[in-house]
Design a protein around this ligand. Structure first.
Ligand code: SF4
Ligand code: SF4
Length: 336
């Protein structure tokens, strides 16, 4: 069984261009650069050789804006046996025949999963019938299909939205609900957890995926995740055009800060800082300012004081972890 949560993905944002203009788009202003087919191929090959990546994702902007590039990349790398995923707003859907041909080709080239956006923001510009047609065809050609709705109201969900629009899907099609985060075009939105009626509990706040989505932006910048907060994120781990793949991946996947916020929680991080006399408790943002794990992550990493304390605590914690592992090894193997 496939478990997307724990696997690592290389997520390529070939471009951030998009003909739709959603009022909560997280890539605003969009990066005007573009990844070339050769750059994408080089990093897909390196990801395969590195043996820690199982998935290649295409995101944007709108990946179908450069459909020919995506096909070219997939054709030239299909022998590597990676699984591919793609997101789209379905703006480009036209006739059944054309859509079927496009999706069948992508499936034959190794596409495994498609995420299709569907919510009031996207449907201001795109007929919901496009989403229905694309989801049904993608399901028909054998893809895993996710319909993803992003709402400005935490009591709203994709199921209710589809019902209101008299849209029904085959039970194999998955439905997923998100809330708008205050980044990109929505940066001034009142999108805090408090505004959504959600309680801030640091032990429940953690980085959304166990595995890593290493995302590469069109200008080559590399982020450790595919967060909507990346437009405003200081977490740039390197650049595809300047840095060595192995070095960037090793320092990202081996980063204990990410491991703590992924595998434990932000409370786990706060406790580690406390344990090593680097308390950040008095520097935490007010709870009513927190928009979610990514908002908190950025606030901590953008503030030089909290960043410095976290860095110090994590390095001490890392040393203790190494000693702990060595001790266990010595005990278990009588190797002293
Ligand atoms: S949210 Fe997606 S579909 Fe909407 S403008 Fe941004 S990239 Fe385009
Ligand atoms: S919590 Fe931080 S590392 Fe995790 S997805 Fe959000 S911004 Fe990225």
């Amino acid at each position: 069984m496939c478990n997307d949560r724990i696997r690592n993905a290389l997520v390529l944002s070939v471009s951030q261009m998009c003909p739709v203009d959603c009022d909560f788009c997280c890539v605003n202003p969009p990066c005007e650069d573009r990844l070339s087919v050769e750059e994408c191929l080089k990093w897909i090959r390196l990801a395969k050789e590195n043996d820690t990546f199982q998935i290649v994702g295409f995101t944007g902007g709108e990946p179908f804006y450069f459909y020919d590039d995506i096909v070219d990349i997939m054709k030239k790398s299909s022998s590597l046996g990676m699984e591919y995923t793609i997101v789209t707003s379905a703006y480009w859907v036209n006739s059944y025949e054309e859509t079927f041909a496009k999706m069948k080709l992508l499936k034959d080239l190794g596409l495994d999963r498609i995420n299709i956006s569907c919510d009031p923001g996207h449907q201001r510009k795109i007929p919901i019938s496009n989403v229905k047609m694309l989801a049904d065809i993608s399901n028909e050609v054998g893809l895993r299909v996710y319909i993803v709705g992003t709402f400005n109201d935490a009591s709203m969900n994709i199921e209710t939205y589809l019902k209101k629009n008299n849209i029904e899907f085959d039970e194999k099609i998955n439905l997923s609900t998100k809330i708008i985060a205050p980044f990109g075009k929505a940066k001034n939105a009142n999108a805090t957890m408090e505004a959504y009626g959600l309680t801030v509990d640091y032990s429940e706040l953690h980085c959304c995926r166990y595995g890593f989505d290493i995302s590469v932006w069109p200008n080559g910048d590399i982020y450790p995740c595919c967060s909507t907060a990346n437009i405003d994120s200081p977490l740039i781990m390197g650049n595809l055009r300047k840095d060595d793949f192995k070095e960037v991946i090793t320092k990202t996947l081996g980063n204990v800060f990410f491991r703590v916020i992924k595998r434990e929680s932000f409370q786990g991080l706060i406790d580690i800082c406390e344990k090593y006399n680097c308390s950040i408790t008095h520097l935490l943002p007010e709870k009513h300012e927190i928009s979610g794990p990514c908002g908190l992550c950025l606030k901590l990493m953008k503030n030089p004081e909290t960043k410095g304390l976290i860095k110090k605590a994590i390095s001490l914690y890392e040393i203790d972890l190494i000693y702990e592992i060595l001790d266990t090894y010595v005990d278990e193997n009588s190797w002293a």
